[in-house]
Design a protein around this ligand. Sequence first.
Ligand SMILES: [Zn+2]
Length: 290
Amino acid sequence: MGESLFRRKCCREPVCKICCKADETIEHCLLLCDWAKKLWFGSSIGIMINERNICRFDNWLWMMLGEGRKGNDFQKALLASICWSIWKGRCNVIYQDMVLEPKKILRNATNLVNEFWVAKGWIKERVLPSFNREGSVWKTPNHGCTKVNIDGSFLSKTGKAGIGIIFRNNNGDLLKFVAEQAKSTSAFMSEALAPRKALDLIKLSGNGTYLIESDCEALVKTTTYVSFGFISRSCNKAADWLAVSGSKGVCLEGCSAQPPPSLAKLLLEDKVRCATTCNVGPCQIRTGIG
Ligand SMILES: [Zn+2]
């Protein structure tokens, strides 16, 4: 670490050789450096690194891995693998003059754990989720287009149903959302009611280009809308949240001003993940020796 080398008078300055913004401590290298923070958040374990909560790396690690902590063994192994891969990635940049590729580093970290799980015979094939791949993140629409995520919810125990609809622009900003109860007798019917409502809202919104996205593949396949796309459930959390609210009788309607906090959190997650996976490119590297 540059910081301890500096204390031992083995290097001229302790500053991080990647971001040049802070001293190169173990906490900074593995958690707090800008690209590392994004990588942690963009990983399947989605850890939001908050500078204020981190004073020592070993304390943080204990907090994440210690007895009785949440998370299964795969997630814990992935956490360790990400630490190792970030360290290796840094060394490659600083000592091998390689380009920093956070996406590749994250992919390698996941592959390492997958390979270990396969070698141990804990899984037969590599069917474990490969996170942050194309399609596992909500994406902003093209410029000038409004993305309309829709979802239906059906609670078979109670027979209650709801739909959720959310409009966002090409910056990922919220434009409009609706959650309402629906009359339905099946999950598919609830899903199918969502586009009808979405089209009503589009009609009211006026001209423009809209892309409707649903996580119900059967619905998308049986529909002939132009630009009616399928996305995975994990990318449709905001609309799902609204649909579930609607099915519980919590009817909401609003615009960008003040979405409910739970919805605001999901919208922010979409935005950050989209920015992380779509825009994390090679960083500007200052060359130097540690
Ligand atoms: Zn840094």
